[in-house]
Design a protein around this ligand. Structure first.
Ligand code: DP6
Length: 346
């Protein structure tokens, strides 16, 4: 007999970036971060977790192809921790099946390009942890599970929540206080929208995992960012969300994207994620805000050239109209014209 559970997890896009690990084994960050979880209608991972006495090895199929997971320490850490929690369930209930002894089969599908800087690892690892937790009928809440997802991929811990989410870096060496919490549910600020400019769906050059440690080890600017910039920004951004102060939220989001790409450029060798089209998007957003006479749009870029633009529903025309126009007049924009309005969801 095969036991299964399926679940989906959404993508989240950081507005205050996680960039740097203080512990690469437990995946503990050098700073706290904040994100908005996007709607699952367009971007999500669907994962089915199965286990059976008859399975002979843990296996993962990602978008139809079987992955070699034997060397994936981070994935194996997630399996180990989830099995540990399952043993708790089995110990408490003698009728519970010994699923912790069974091998796992995982089938995971993204409905968007993998590793193109579209936060696929976040949705992927969050869905994987959730699916296994459901299969195992674990009683742990999303914050507890976020500590496991974090070990699979840092940003994944934030995808266990909808709405506005903080990953609190914590200070404990064992990672027990490095976890995701919800700042506010999507209903708190339902007018928020995000659109994604898919500049390129190619696999990114430098993975975030590798890139961030190059920055930690080589960038003189990095210490300034994590000590003097991000802690204050974290508090201000949380407040801007709680106050629904879009102008403040947007300014902080843009500043933090620029700060993150600045420490990338300050690394040796320098890391470039944005390209000419990305920079044209920045100029277009600046121009839109200037013409509006107030901040109506915010750009942010992760470890790739694709832009995510946050705006409020009431400003959709003011923002998307000129953005589409700028897309057309820009060389290379034509191939980059996938604009997807996204609604953050819980
Ligand atoms: C730029 O979560 O992909 O998107 O923990 O090594 O898996 P690992 O890194 P990952 O890094 C995400 C970096 C970022 C910023 C963010 O999402 O906060």
């Amino acid at each position: 007999k095969i036991y299964s559970a399926s679940t989906t997890a959404p993508v989240n896009i950081a507005t205050l970036k996680y960039w740097g690990k203080r512990d690469t084994t437990l995946n503990l960050p050098t700073n706290s971060s904040i994100s908005v979880t996007l709607s699952q209608d367009d971007l999500r991972t669907l994962t089915t977790a199965s286990c059976s006495k008859s399975f002979t090895e843990d296996t993962l199929w990602l978008n139809g192809s079987k992955e070699d997971i034997t060397g994936s320490k981070r994935l194996l850490a997630c399996f180990r921790e989830l099995r540990e929690l399952r043993r708790g369930v089995e110990a408490a209930d003698s009728a519970a099946l010994p699923m912790s002894e069974f091998k796992l089969h995982l089938v995971s599908e993204n409905n968007f390009p993998t590793a193109a800087g579209l936060a696929s690892s976040a949705a992927g690892l969050a869905a994987l942890v959730r699916a296994i937790a459901d299969l195992y009928e674990l009683p742990q809440d999303a914050t507890e599970l976020s500590k496991i997802a974090r070990q699979g991929s840092g940003s994944a811990c934030r995808s266990l929540f909808g709405g506005y989410v903080a990953w609190e870096m914590g200070s404990s060496p064992d990672g027990s206080d490095s976890k995701a919490v919800q700042i506010a549910p999507v209903e708190h600020w339902p007018e928020m929208r995000a659109c994604i400019l898919v500049v390129s769906a190619d696999k990114k050059d430098t993975s975030s995992t590798a890139g961030m440690q190059v920055t930690v080890n080589t960038s003189p600017l990095f210490a300034h960012r994590i000590n003097n910039v991000v802690p204050q920004r974290f508090e201000l951004m949380k407040k801007s969300i709680l106050d629904r102060d879009f102008a403040q939220f947007a300014q902080l989001t843009m500043q933090d994207s620029n700060s993150f790409h600045a420490v990338c450029l300050d690394s040796t060798p320098p890391i470039f994620y944005m390209n000419d089209i990305s920079r044209a998007a920045i100029r277009a957003v600046d121009e839109i805000n200037r013409l509006a006479g107030q901040t109506v749009a915010a750009y942010t870029f992760d470890a790739g050239p694709n832009a995510v633009i946050y705006y409020l529903k009431e400003n959709a025309q003011v923002v998307l109209g000129p953005l589409k126009a700028a897309l057309k007049s820009q060389d290379g924009w034509a191939s980059a014209s996938a604009i997807k309005p996204e609604v953050p969801t819980s």
